[in-house]
Write a protein that binds this ligand. Structure first.
Ligand SMILES: [Zn+2]
Ligand SMILES: [Zn+2]
Ligand SMILES: [Zn+2]
Ligand SMILES: [Zn+2]
Ligand SMILES: [Zn+2]
Length: 352
């Protein structure tokens, strides 16, 4: 705090020993350098020490000490005019009570209005703020924050509340929409999972490709008249992930597997002795080079010569493609398909 000489009322001229050598004003909250015994305002010497730690501006070796009680007692004799004299404060305070007066008690200090941000005498602040048009108010009903100079009629208030409700409704509607989409996705994945469970345990019929599209890829799609050879099947292994599905579609644009079964990738590497299939899940799989490739339910035997021709036992659950130079032969009960170009041989693999 810089107290200029003209504010000191009762003592003049002021002896140098009461002046801070740094700011050359009346000492304020003084401390002493133990080395040179000179006294400084606490704030002045702290500023110096921040730039050059431990360096006294007078003797170079600063060591702080409380100033003597005698000096303090002498300072307390000073009577000082309030810093707000120019605003109208006529108070003259003793040294010890100056700070408290100026900071807490003086009604002539300047305060900043919370609305217009102008300086206003503390004395007038309440009155000013009551009238100041820039003061903000929050409406208790609609929570709108507005300036006092702006009007907030009842109609504005109702409109505002309606807008807010509409926004809330909109966001709730979006939420519901998202939830519905998630439910649909969940339902689809539940369907898919039960479908896969079913497929993996036995032979399935009339499976829409759309139900498999999200997790399965077609890697082999040829008409039954196409001649499948062992090397072709073996070559598919490189493209396959763990599970494969083998089936048949009737019609070049049809999207429905009339018959299908699912099993592990090893199926494509089988080297089955004639009529001795390997069971995976509830399905018997065989890949007998020079004879045929296909599946039948695990509870049945297969009767392969060129292909599985069994007619009586579970005929609808058998699929068989020739591997000796002819086309596919059966898809369920549809047989003699080796020259057929309507039926398609399908092999799929799981995407992940
Ligand atoms: Zn000073
Ligand atoms: Zn010193
Ligand atoms: Zn004052
Ligand atoms: Zn104001
Ligand atoms: Zn309102």
């Amino acid at each position: 705090m810089e107290i200029s000489n003209e504010r000191i009322i009762n003592i003049s001229p002021i002896d140098d020993e009461y002046l801070c050598p740094i700011c050359v004003h009346l000492l304020w909250k003084p401390v002493e350098c133990q080395n040179c015994q000179r006294v400084f305002c606490k704030s002045c010497i702290d500023k110096c020490l921040k730039e050059k730690p431990n360096v006294c501006p007078l003797c170079q070796h600063y060591q702080e000490k409380r100033c003597s009680p005698l000096l303090y007692a002498l300072l307390c004799k000073f009577k000082i005019a309030c810093e707000n004299k120019h605003n109208g404060c006529d108070d003259i305070l003793p040294y010890e009570s100056l700070e408290k007066h100026q900071q807490e008690q003086c009604q002539y200090q300047m305060k900043i209005c919370r609305g217009c941000q102008n300086n206003v005498l503390k004395n007038d602040l309440d009155q000013h703020e009551q009238k100041c048009g820039e003061i903000t108010i929050e409406c208790k009903r609609c929570r709108l924050v507005y300036k006092k100079r702006e009007t907030h009629e009842q109609l504005d208030c109702v409109m505002n509340m309606m807008n807010q409700s509409n926004k809330k409704i909109e966001s709730l509607e979006k939420l519901v929409e998202n939830l519905q989409q998630n439910v649909q996705k969940l339902e689809a994945s539940i369907n898919l999972h039960s479908l896969i469970d079913w497929l993996s345990s036995s032979v399935a019929h009339d499976v829409p490709l759309s139900s498999l599209a999200s997790s399965w890829n077609i890697i082999y799609d040829h008409p039954y008249s196409h001649v499948t050879i062992v090397a072709e099947l073996r070559a598919l292994v490189a493209q396959c992930k763990k599970q494969i599905m083998v089936g048949a579609i009737q019609g070049s644009s049809s999207m429905i597997l009339k018959i299908a079964a699912m099993g592990p990738l090893e199926i494509l590497s089988l080297d089955s002795p004639l009529n001795r299939p390997t069971t995976f899940g509830n399905v018997n799989w065989y890949l007998t080079p020079s004879k045929s490739f296909g599946f039948a339910p695990s509870s049945t035997t297969i009767n392969c010569d060129r292909a599985d021709y069994n007619e009586k036992d579970n005929a609808e659950n058998r699929l068989s493609w020739q591997l000796h130079g002819g086309g596919g032969w059966r898809a369920g009960t549809a047989k003699y398909l080796d020259n057929n170009s309507e039926w398609r041989k399908i092999i799929m693999t799981m995407k992940n």
